[in-house]
Design a protein around this ligand. Sequence first.
Ligand SMILES: Nc1nc2c(c(=O)[nH]1)N[C@H]1C(S)=C(S)[C@@H](COP(=O)(O)OP(=O)(O)OC[C@H]3O[C@@H](n4cnc5c(=O)[nH]c(N)nc54)[C@H](O)[C@@H]3O)O[C@H]1N2
Ligand SMILES: Nc1nc2c(c(=O)[nH]1)N[C@H]1C(S)=C(S)[C@@H](COP(=O)(O)OP(=O)(O)OC[C@H]3O[C@@H](n4cnc5c(=O)[nH]c(N)nc54)[C@H](O)[C@@H]3O)O[C@H]1N2
Ligand code: SF4
Ligand SMILES: [Mo]
Length: 728
Amino acid sequence: MMDTEEVINTICHHDCGGGCLLKVHVRDGVVTRIETDDSEDLQYRACPKGRAHRQKMYSPDRLRYPMKRVGERGEGKFECISWDEALDKVASELKRVYETYGASAVLRLGGTGDMGQLHRPMPMNRLLSLMGGYSTTWGIASFEGALFASLTTYGTTVSANDRNDLLNSSLIIMWGLDVVGTIHGNNTRWYLAQAREKGTRIVSIDPKYTNATATFAHQWIPIRPGTDTAMLIAMAYVMIKENLQDQSFLDTYTIGFDRFKDYVLGIEDGVPKTPAWAEAITGVSAEVIASLAREYAIARPAALMPGWSAGRTANGEQFHRAIMVLAAMTGNVGKHGGNSGAGVYGQSYNFSLGGILTEAGNPVDEGVPRRKNALPTSGAVGLSSRIHNSKVWDAILEGKAGGYPADYKLLYVINSNYLNQRPNINKGIKALKTLEFIVVQEQFMTATARFADILLPMSYFMERNDITTAGGLSFYGYMNKVVEPYYETKSHLEVAAALAERLGISDFNDKTEEELLKEIVAGSKDIPDYDILKRDAIYRVKLSEPGVAFKKQIEDPQNNPFPTPSGKIEIYSQQIAYMDDPMIPPIPKYFETRESLNDSLAKKYPLQLITTHPKLRVHSQFYNVPWLTELESQVAIMNTADARARGIKDGDQVRVFNDRGKMVIPARVTQRIMPGVVDIPEGGWYIPDEYGIDRGGCPNVLTLDEPSPAGAFVSGPYLVQVRKVEED
Ligand SMILES: Nc1nc2c(c(=O)[nH]1)N[C@H]1C(S)=C(S)[C@@H](COP(=O)(O)OP(=O)(O)OC[C@H]3O[C@@H](n4cnc5c(=O)[nH]c(N)nc54)[C@H](O)[C@@H]3O)O[C@H]1N2
Ligand SMILES: Nc1nc2c(c(=O)[nH]1)N[C@H]1C(S)=C(S)[C@@H](COP(=O)(O)OP(=O)(O)OC[C@H]3O[C@@H](n4cnc5c(=O)[nH]c(N)nc54)[C@H](O)[C@@H]3O)O[C@H]1N2
Ligand code: SF4
Ligand SMILES: [Mo]
């Protein structure tokens, strides 16, 4: 018999901080096996999730047909309908809402399903803009605090060294960074492994003894969540007292160090920020703080590498501002082996692609004043027409009367499990029930999908073509279509195009998918040939040396000012001072987090919940893939002492609760998390029982829908209690 198996290269690019080559075996139009990169070159190897796609895309749970709601909203009762009926209904509801209430009543919520350039919310954004506009959100859930800090301190968000530059460091500090549990750039762990082998000292500061700590670190410093800024400021105190700071670097490249110094020494407020002061707040001993301060000041070059969780706290931007000040105090900015303290965009973010099906300019944003806490350089996200992504439920419930920019009537959700993935689900449910119409484009019956009036089944990345770029990785990727779409699923572009036709929007798009992708590739200065990119699926960009942020500014400051208003690294930011908000001070300061252990609420709810990112999921995606849940299931991770005090053993069912919600979940009892802290990884599915108690392990039943003052999404810590579920 003839062997009809083909191997097609494509790219998995999820919102995991990775992007990986898949070699997909296809037989008779069906994916039979997935292999990954085995090249001699730098490899972009898929993780177990990437290799489990076959089970996800052919899951019996996958949505196959358009559906309309038949029961109460949220009840999850649906009936299959034709695409014609579904699209007619969506088009007529859009038309009705535009005519009755105006464009701002249409709220478009997006997420990060997968990261192609074309099949995301962009086509729908264009259509809605041509219809008259739409309301949407601001605040990047991942790292808004880090972006704010980077824009104020350095004047740009592209401020981190490339990860391969870690091989030049003599000390690496992973501050709330777990590059094994989360992907923070495909090969970060590969570089850490090589650094470790070379003898580079590696320190990890984290409430959890993470996989990255276990694998790479020489020292683990457990710290109470939400208190990191106090430790950083106490490290600055030690450096100043012992005159360890790089004063000539500070004099040449920064402004405002003296103001910061006055705060640190207590000249400003009478409180010297000594290691003993920080010990009481952080739980880290004064000696450990002082010795890390000395070590970081003396080891040159040293890379201070933040993750994003410590910045997703109630005053998260202060953490990132403080870490950047320490990087400047030690003269580690702009140097090989150093790092600016930034943890977001590395130099490969400078890779660019051409015109995505361009947004038509959203009329709802036009002529709108900026928010008081928005930086002048933050673009459209700084407009007061936007709702912070943590405040969407209140905005729907209260509208203009509650001070929000509009009254919202129609919700359009694309590429997101918004209800599951935003804080305070119980409030979210109330809000969703008040809307006039909800459309959700989904692949699975998620918590959000259950609230749809019309549910549209979407194709998989392997069922359409797309292009992807870097995102911190040194490559461009072609996300090849490898099989035909599953049952009646359609791509995001096809849905927007079909709606445009029904709504009479003739200038939506006249190009095919491939023509659009060719245009995108043509806009890149790096990719030599479209067909070769398509065949190989990967084009590795070769750089002569690791990218170092601000190298020019440091080597030749006369000709290369920093892109800040002063041209210097701004330890003191006049742009922030203009905001005139005591909770966003112009120099970084420590503020006690809300729901800290000193809060009176801690008597009732004495444990601090954090919600880390799951190794074997991407947020809520892959939750329903048995190959992966066999390896790691959703649990509440707690310390042995806290468990013993409550009579809880590993594997016991426990209740985790606070005033916002309740869940029942198995406990994982371990010494790999510090006492007083509980971790329920984000992305567990919200699956309520008949009493409204979550049985799927979604931490957002417990979280508060309040951002930090400058807009960081707050993933923790929150106060909770844990009790054993008693058998009847
Ligand atoms: N408590 C807590 N909550 C958090 C966080 C936290 O740390 N703690 N982290 C926050 C962060 S940083 C983020 S980025 C957000 C993420 O929030 P979301 O972007 O909402 O996260 P996902 O769970 O990945 O949801 C994507 C959904 O899109 C659907 N989808 C629809 N169309 C497509 C498609 O074409 N392709 C794919 N692949 N999927 C499609 C997927 O099936 C999936 O249900 O969560 C935030 N929520
Ligand atoms: N496998 C996988 N990888 C992912 C994702 C995923 O869902 N799955 N999501 C991706 C996305 S969208 C994002 S935004 C990033 C998120 O990346 P991060 O925010 O860096 O990831 P987290 O797992 O939330 O937290 C990292 C570490 O910080 C610790 N931590 C929590 N709170 C604190 C604190 O207050 N102080 C200190 N010092 N440490 C703290 C946690 O214990 C954890 O070990 O991950 C990306 N990578
Ligand atoms: S899920 Fe992330 S790390 Fe895993 S294969 Fe896909 S892109 Fe790579
Ligand atoms: Mo994120």
